[in-house]
Design a protein around this ligand. Structure first.
Ligand code: COA
Length: 409
């Protein structure tokens, strides 16, 4: 079967996570992604290695279905070869520190001149302004995009989320921009510049907290568990942040992830009152309406917890869902990697790798009926040098050998 992005060639100058997560999705959607690496390779190949002398899971889990070539962008010969690669590509993606590609000599003006159809995407920490020249990593973006100040409990410090919203979250935003630019190119015939800042992507994901910041101007936020409010949205623990109250309540046998997140929509109250053994609360005017419960949500979830602690989170999941009550058991990483339904959905997949045997990774969450994804291994460093340089760019084998000897590739 054909693939959605078949025929699209991506010059992948990305490293670490934000950029590679974007180009991995493009590869899964069918693009030919050629990762251009310095001679030492993407730094993550060697970071947090679990098996000696073998590409780390950090690398293998973010660079599936790509090809790899090495190229020394600081050599004159390297720049010439790069020029040829730019001419043959539809998309170029990079997430180096600010100004790095310009310092390599490839400004947007030059890239456009070399290939007017090129879509050129950059991921940086920040947009234009005081932070433009600053580097950024995941938690820096979480700190400056609104996530950390709103995550955690009121009496504790700001907390980083385990979800990589700054890196992979930004990668997804970049994919959207690249695909839109490719569609527009179909109309105009021209490429364009796509820029995504990690701070902006995290802020986009923190939109509802900015909603609450403005609501705060009209008084306290009654659905928050907090008793006092200052001039910014406070950390509100596990409160749902939406129009329907929710909280994580404990379950049996009381392990660190034995919790279930329960949301109490108005129609859920009667069955919940019965399930927890307090049927009288269904009709009690002190409890029967969302408004009546609003000033005692802590007490409400305490009553639910007094029941849930006697059941496993999966039993609570089944019992609540019998009544159509939205809830979610807190699944540990171990439970996720062993989850049969995620494996059936190709979201947990095992991939053969030439050096480590196999590894398990997270599959593609975007499912297209006419463009199925088969997750394939990440490339070894420079594995496709000969394919790309000799067979596709037409470099003579003697010159190829010379380039290798001279440290250009
Ligand atoms: N050949 C020769 N040199 C190369 C090369 C190649 N193929 N590829 C990269 N390099 C060089 C660059 O030219 C640059 O050198 P310079 O600074 O002398 O110009 C250097 O390698 C890369 O620098 P940088 O990207 O700043 O790496 P870093 O390890 O110091 O910083 C980040 C890492 C992630 C902090 C930084 O890249 C960054 O802020 N990126 C943007 C935001 C981002 O994506 N962050 C999230 C990462 S998950």
């Amino acid at each position: 079967m054909s693939k959605a992005l078949e025929g699209v060639r991506v010059l992948d100058m990305t490293h670490v996570q934000s950029g590679p997560s974007a180009t991995q999705i493009l590869a899964w959607l069918g693009a030919d992604v050629v990762k251009v690496e310095a001679l030492g390779g993407d730094i993550t190949r060697k970071q947090l290695r679990d098996v000696p002398d073998v590409d780390s899971l950090y690398f293998t889990m973010l660079n599936c279905n790509k090809r790899s070539v090495t190229l020394n962008m600081k050599s004159e010969e390297g720049k010439k070869i790069f020029t040829e690669l730019v001419r043959k590509s539809d998309v170029m993606v990079e997430n180096f520190g600010p100004g790095a590609v310009d310092r390599m000599g490839f400004t947007w003006d030059l890239l456009q001149e070399l290939n007017p159809k090129l879509v050129y995407a950059s991921i940086k920490g920040f947009g234009e302004g005081p932070y433009t020249h600053y580097k950024a990593y995941e938690v820096v973006a979480q700190a400056m995009g609104g996530s950390m100040s709103t995550t955690g409990f009121e009496d504790g410090p700001p907390v980083a989320t385990g979800a990589q919203i700054g890196d992979s979250g930004t990668g997804i935003h970049a994919v959207a921009g690249i695909l839109a630019a490719l569609v527009q190119r179909g109309v105009t015939g021209r490429g364009q510049r796509v820029t995504v800042a990690m701070q902006h992507a995290v802020l986009n994901l923190c939109r509802v907290k900015l909603r609450d910041q403005q609501r705060l101007g009209h008084g306290p936020l009654p659905e928050y568990p907090n008793k006092e409010f200052g001039d910014s949205v406070p950390r509100s623990g596990n409160a749902s942040g939406g129009g329907q109250p929710g909280w994580a309540v404990k379950c049996a046998p009381g392990g660190p992830d034995d919790y279930i997140y329960v949301i109490v929509q108005p129609p859920g109250w009667v069955p919940i009152a019965e399930l927890i053994g307090r049927p009288e609360l269904a009709e009690d005017p002190e409890w029967s309406t969302p408004e009546a419960r609003l000033n005692k949500l802590d007490k409400m979830f305490q009553l639910i917890e007094e029941w849930s602690v006697h059941h496993s989170k999966l039993d609570v999941l089944a019992m609540l869902n019998e009544h159509n009550i939205p809830c979610g058991p807190i699944l540990s990483t171990k439970e996720l990697i062993e989850d049969a339904s995620l494996a059936d959905n190709n979201m947990i997949v095992t991939v053969d790798h030439p050096e480590r045997g196999s590894f398990t990774t997270v599959g593609c969450p975007i499912k297209l009926s006419d463009s199925p994804v088969k997750v394939e291994t990440s490339p070894l460093l420079g594995q496709h040098n000969e394919d790309v340089y000799v067979r596709e760019l037409g470099i003579d084998p003697d010159r190829f050998a010379e380039l290798q000897k001279n440290g250009v590739i």
